[in-house]
Design a binder for this molecule. Structure first.
Ligand SMILES: [Zn+2]
Length: 323
C-alpha cells in the first residue's frame, strides 16, 4: 500500500512501555508502515532522541512526510512542550516538538495522547460526523478528549480533557495524581480494583481475593474480569458498583458539555457484553433533566490500540492544512 505524498503523515504514540509510530493518511486512516521501540522511562532527556529514531525508521521505509504528530501522555502545551508526564518522571519543560523540528526540518506538533485518540475517533472512528463528542478511555487510569463545535477542545494551555481527575467523592480512594476521590479512582482499571477491595472489606468477593493470592493489595482489574468470566456473583456486584460510578461521571460530563455522543475506549467496555447498555440505562436515568432531553448514545471506540498514533497524524495534518 502506498499513500499519496501530499497525504503522507507520521503519527507517533508515546506509551508507558513503547513508542509506536505509523505512516498514515489522516484523511482515510490508511496505515502504510508501523514501527515500535521501547520507551526510555528512566531518563526524560532520552525521550526526544528515541522518538527521533522511530521517525527516522519510518522515513527510511516510506519517504519524507508532510508533517509529524506526536501524542504524549501528560500536560502538553500549545507549543508542544511537555510540562508533566506521569510515565516519564522528572520531566520539566521538555520541548519535544522543537527538538524534532530542528532534527528533521519538518512541521511537528506534540499533543496529549488521549486528545490524539479523541481526534482520531472523531475524524475516522465512532464519533465521525458529530460536532460535539466526548471520548473517554478507561485504561489503568482514565484519559479523555473533548470535541466542541467539530474541533478538539485544547483549553487555555493545551491541558484540557482530563475527566479522570474530576473529583467525584471527597472521601474516596487515593488517585495516582495524589488527590483523593478522582473519577478514575473508581471508574478505571485501578478503580475496578479499588471497588473490589471495598467489597472484600465487607467480607465478600472471596473468589476475587483468592485470584489475587489472598492479598487485597494485589487485587487488579484482571482478577475481577476473571471472576466475572467464571460467573462469580460477588464479582458481578463489583461490576455493578463500578458501572454506577462510570455512569455518574458520564452524567456529570453530559450536564457540563451536552454532547451528541460519548465514545468509551479501553478494554473495560468488553468486561461483560451488557456493560455499555447497562451504563447507558443508568446515565439515562441519572442525568440532569433526564425526562426532558434526548438520550446521549454511549458507544464503544472503533480504532483500538492505534487510535493515538493515527490521531497524532491527524493533528499534524491539521497543523499543516488547517481545520
Ligand atoms: Zn486524580
Amino acid at each position: 500500500m502506498s499513500i499519496q505524498a501530499r497525504n503522507r503523515f507520521i503519527g507517533i504514540d508515546v506509551g508507558g512501555t513503547k513508542i509506536m509510530g505509523v505512516v498514515a493518511d489522516p484523511t482515510s486512516g490508511e496505515i502504510q508502515v508501523r514501527r515500535k521501540l521501547p520507551t526510555p522511562t528512566s531518563d526524560p532527556e532520552r525521550l526526544p532522541p528515541a522518538i527521533g529514531e522511530v521517525v527516522d525508521e519510518l522515513i527510511d521505509a516510506a519517504g519524507r512526510p508532510v508533517g509529524v504528530g506526536v501524542g504524549v501522555p501528560g500536560l502538553v502545551d500549545h507549543q508542544g512542550v511537555l510540562h508533566y508526564g506521569p510515565n516519564v518522571p522528572g520531566v520539566l519543560g521538555l520541548d519535544i516538538a522543537g527538538e524534532l523540528r530542528r532534527e528533521f526540518g519538518l512541521p511537528v506538533i506534540a499533543e496529549n495522547d488521549a486528545s490524539c485518540a479523541a481526534l482520531a475517533e472523531h475524524r475516522l472512528g465512532a464519533a465521525q460526523g458529530t460536532m460535539h463528542a466526548i471520548v473517554v478511555n478507561q485504561g489503568t487510569g482514565i484519559a479523555g478528549g473533548i470535541i466542541i463545535g467539530g474541533r478538539l477542545h485544547r483549553g487555555a494551555n493545551g491541558f484540557a480533557g482530563e475527566p479522570g481527575h474530576m473529583m467525584i467523592n471527597a472521601n474516596g480512594h487515593l488517585c495516582a495524581c495524589g488527590k483523593r476521590g478522582c473519577w478514575e479512582s473508581v471508574a478505571s482499571g485501578a478503580g475496578l480494583a479499588n471497588i473490589a477491595r471495598e467489597v472484600v472489606a465487607e467480607g465478600r468477593a472471596t473468589r476475587i481475593l483468592e485470584l489475587a493470592g489472598g492479598e487485597p493489595a494485589h487485587i487488579r482489574g484482571e482478577h475481577v474480569s476473571a471472576a466475572i468470566a467464571e460467573g462469580d456473583t460477588d464479582a458481578t456486584l463489583v461490576l455493578d458498583r463500578f458501572g454506577w460510578w462510570v455512569a455518574e461521571g458520564l452524567a456529570s460530563l453530559i450536564a457540563l458539555l451536552d454532547p451528541e455522543i460519548i465514545v468509551l475506549g479501553g478494554g473495560l467496555t468488553a468486561i461483560n457484553r451488557h456493560f455499555i447498555s447497562e451504563v447507558q440505562e443508568r446515565v439515562n436515568e441519572t442525568v440532569m433533566g433526564a425526562a426532558y432531553r434526548p438520550e446521549v448514545p454511549i458507544v464503544p471506540a472503533r480504532l483500538g490500540a492505534e487510535a493515538g498514533a493515527i490521531g497524532a497524524a491527524v493533528s499534524a495534518r491539521d497543523l499543516f492544512f488547517g481545520r
